[in-house]
Ligand binder design. Structure first.
Ligand code: CA
Length: 229
């Protein structure tokens, strides 16, 4: 599971970035001050950091330098000023990429994916294989949190992925919507069992050839859902 930290004091920008990254299946956290952002980067397991340059308490120059002293995770630095970007490039702080605000969220997502892929290749060589579930053309890569149907990648949100994986790991067992809601969504979540129905529908749209005749997730009328193997 790829976790991303956005260190950004402009909340509207941070939230926009977060929305787009979550839609691409990443888990995203936001910190709006420099010192806390650095602290969390160093103490928690983030796979990538999106770092704004001008921040309260500690600026992006200092944060990038301190991250590099301890970690080699990808760092994407962003700034509103083109001149600043040129300057930080020249300083050789060790950031992996630089973007000038405003940028398109989809470009950010593309760069995040590219850096994570490169980083995974870097650290992944020689390590153990990904944990994969494969059923009739459906491949769930639990390690990379990616889903493929007949070799084609399907983009899943975090909860859609969790729900599909949970059902696929417990096949031929009927789960009620209440059970699924309890297992997949944590206690703080707003929502109810209708959330489960909505997510099942979205998953089917991605993996079923005919959503009214599902071959993976069956509806057991009046009870719940079952993953068929
Ligand atoms: Ca700022």
């Amino acid at each position: 599971m790829n976790k991303i930290l956005i260190i950004e004091d402009e909340i509207a920008i941070a939230e926009l970035e977060k929305d787009y990254l979550e839609l691409s299946g990443f888990e995203v956290e936001i910190e709006s001050t420099g010192d806390l952002g650095l602290k969390r980067t160093l103490t928690e397991d983030f796979n990538l950091v999106i770092l704004d340059l001008m921040l309260p308490n500690m600026d992006g120059f200092e944060i990038c330098k301190r991250i590099r002293e301890e970690k080699n995770i990808p760092v994407i630095m962003v700034s509103a000023k083109k001149d600043d970007i040129d300057k930080i490039r020249g300083l050789g702080l060790g950031a992996d990429d630089y973007m000038t605000k405003p940028f398109s969220p989809s470009e950010l997502v593309a760069r995040v994916k590219a850096h994570l892929a490169r980083y995974e290749r870097l650290i992944g060589s020689g390590t153990k294989e990904n944990e994969v579930i494969e059923i009739r053309g459906l491949k769930i890569d639990k390690t990379a949190r990616r889903v493929y149907l007949n070799g084609e990648e399907k983009i899943f949100t975090t909860k859609e992925f969790d729900l599909l994986t949970f059902l696929a790991e417990n096949p031929n067992r009927v789960y009620t919507k209440e059970e699924l809601f309890r297992d997949i969504w944590d206690m703080e979540s707003v929502g109810d069992i209708a959330t489960v129905t909505v997510h099942i529908k979205k998953i089917r749209e991605k993996i079923e050839f005919n959503t009214s005749k599902p071959q993976y997730i069956e509806t057991i009328w009046g009870v719940g859902y079952r993953f068929k193997v």
